[in-house]
Design a protein around this ligand. Structure first.
Ligand code: NDP
Ligand code: 8X3
Length: 260
């Protein structure tokens, strides 16, 4: 049987949820377009996944905050790939710092808003016309429990993820006539590079986030994305909140001292 030539485009595929989503789709016969800013990581993922799963992989190294880079990178893909992108996973994102609103760092605010919201919009703007032309497509937006609730000192990150939640709802309405599915995923605490980035390289502070309970891992989210994307054509999963068993809300955890 001839192999199906279908692609999934994943933003932020150099680590965490994005990388494991790439893995699970490659394992299941999909070709990949992987994006991120760290080219060495992209090339390493390409080497590893293409040799393990014999899939086709394109890598695009760009910053989602820069619309010109986004446009140029997507336009650089061959027509054959562009026409065969079936799923867009808007995953690239980050939190920077945890500060009370009166102490926030303006540069952190700009970077979170530009990445989590504007980056998602820029990339979606390039891919949606392809989906419309195909009369089919699936957009998966990675929001957060921070897009459902706010928590102390989470202000701008929470606002950006509430924005993602709103955009998922808006996209679903606007794209309904074109047979484009939109799934919003809202994970709780997951141990990826997220906290290391948030606390600007402090491993000790990042590790402390997950002390006393078992957090989610990237595979948990990747498996959920794969499930949501493989429902029958007439079914769409609109919204999923996925938490560690020890987390009840953005702020309520059942923690055990010394992990005992
Ligand atoms: P990671 O830090 O492991 O991964 C983040 C990814 O985003 C990296 O691949 C990074 O790539 C990419 N990225 C960040 N900024 C940019 C940018 N400006 N341009 C292009 N790519 C960028 O964290 P996670 O896997 O945990 O995070 C993935 C998503 O999940 C994020 O949107 C995050 O907000 C969300 N999330 C995370 C949770 C968690 O607890 N871990 C819970 C809920 C949601 P590179 O650095 O190479 O550019
Ligand atoms: C990441 C989860 O709770 O740190 O979006 O905001 S949280």
């Amino acid at each position: 049987m001839e192999k199906e030539n279908r692609y999934i485009l994943i933003s932020g595929a150099t680590s965490g949820f994005g990388y494991y989503t790439a893995r699970i789709f490659a394992q299941n016969g999909w070709n990949l377009v992987l994006t991120g800013r760290r080219n060495d990581r992209l090339e390493e993922a390409k080497r590893e996944l293409s040799s393990t799963y014999s899939c086709e992989i394109e890598t695009l190294c760009f910053d989602v905050r820069n619309n010109e880079e986004v446009e140029r990178s997507i336009a650089s893909l061959p027509q054959e790939i562009l026409q065969n992108i079936r799923i867009l996973v808007n995953n690239a994102g980050l939190a920077l710092g945890r500060n009370s609103i009166d102490n926030g760092d303006i540069n952190d605010w700009e970077q979170m808003i530009d990445t989590n919201l504007k980056g998602l919009l820029y990339l979606s703007r390039q891919i949606i016309p392809l989906f419309k032309a195909n009369k089919a497509g699936h957009i998966v937006n990675i929001s957060s429990i921070a897009g459902k609730e706010v928590y102390p000192d989470g202000n701008v990150y929470c606002a950006s993820k509430h924005g993602v939640d709103a955009l998922s709802k808006a996209m679903r309405m606007d794209l309904l006539p074109y047979n484009i599915k939109v799934t919003n995923i809202a994970p709780g605490a997951a141990n990826t590079e997220f906290s290391l980035v948030r606390f600007k390289g402090s491993q000790e502070t990042a590790d402390a986030v997950y002390n006393g309970f078992e957090p989610l891992v990237a595979q948990d989210i990747a498996e959920t994305i794969y499930f949501a994307c493989t429902r029958p054509a007439h079914v769409v999963i609109n919204d999923l909140t996925i938490m560690p068993a020890a987390q009840a809300s953005a702020t309520v955890f059942h923690k055990i001292k010394n992990n005992k």
